[in-house]
Design a protein around this ligand. Structure first.
Ligand SMILES: *Cc1c(COP(=O)(O)O)cnc(C)c1O
Length: 247
């Protein structure tokens, strides 16, 4: 299949998942995960209407951002979806529209510090290791409320929602329970079903509206369970070749 067919197919499936679950597909943003992909493929996706791109390495995000900036300006939106080291925050902070992977208060403080220097407010998601996999980053569900309560005190950070990477499975139905749990945690926070009256002061639930979950193998189930952002790489660009990641 050509990229155009792949994207059309994915958008159709997102639409169908929305229909099945009584949602409007305008609530769901497709993020094209372009890690390891060369610039010309990103430009092709752009011509096909994609505006949101996800990268998991800071260096790669920054390089692609800078290379495409002159032609496309702010129309291309870069998402930092991979683990973020504190010493890289400074490089990426004004080049990404959303950091999906905040998983500690130490990282939160570093983002706050760098954002404050630049006098900007940074949108972030809290990453949850929803299936408790040893190999995955993210906090446990027990740590969610404490981390959330600390992050919302930081004036240059806006906590927009939650993110998870579900296990790799061949049958996406196996991840439904994890997506459903994520949705529940998300709703609990949004409706302030949490044990602290102070949130009223710091937290605007209407801006807590992003649930980033679902990848090439399971985004349809994720959308049925409430995802508002799906991160699709191979489904759009084809298999990744890690032997030559440069463009
Ligand atoms: C690579 C990656 C994806 C996309 O994975 P595919 O299976 O290629 O769709 C999504 N999210 C994160 C965090 C990733 O690192």
């Amino acid at each position: 299949m050509m990229m155009e067919e792949r994207i059309t197919d994915i958008l159709g499936r997102i639409e169908a998942s929305c229909k099945r679950s009584g949602r409007n597909s305008s609530e769901v943003t497709l993020i094209a995960v372009s890690k390891t992909m060369p610039l010309h493929m990103i430009e092709e996706a752009y011509r096909l209407g994609i505006r949101n791109f996800g990268e998991n390495k800071v260096q790669e995000l920054v390089r692609k951002h800078d290379d495409l900036r002159e032609v496309y300006g702010h129309n291309i939106k870069w998402h930092q979806i991979g683990h973020l080291q504190r010493n890289k925050v400074k490089q990426v902070i004004d080049k990404t529209v959303l950091i999906h992977s905040v998983d500690s208060i130490r990282l939160g403080h570093m983002i706050e510090q760098e954002a404050s220097k630049k006098d900007i407010v940074i949108d972030v998601l809290i990453q949850i290791n929803i299936a408790k996999e040893d190999t995955k980053d993210g906090i446990s569900t027990d740590e969610l409320i404490p981390l959330f309560m600390e992050l919302i005190r930081l004036p240059h950070i806006r906590v927009r929602g939650l993110m998870a990477i579900a296990p790799y499975v061949t049958n996406p139905e196996k991840n439904r329970e994890y997506f459903s749990k994520m949705r529940q945690l998300f709703v609990d926070i949004k409706t302030k079903n949490i044990d602290n009256g102070l949130t009223d002061i710091f937290f605007d639930p209407s801006s807590f509206n992003i649930l980033s979950m679902g990848m090439s193998g399971d985004y349809e189930v994720a959308v049925e369970e409430g995802a508002t952002m799906v991160r699709v790489g191979t489904g759009i660009f084809g298999e990744r070749d890690y032997s030559d990641a440069r463009s």
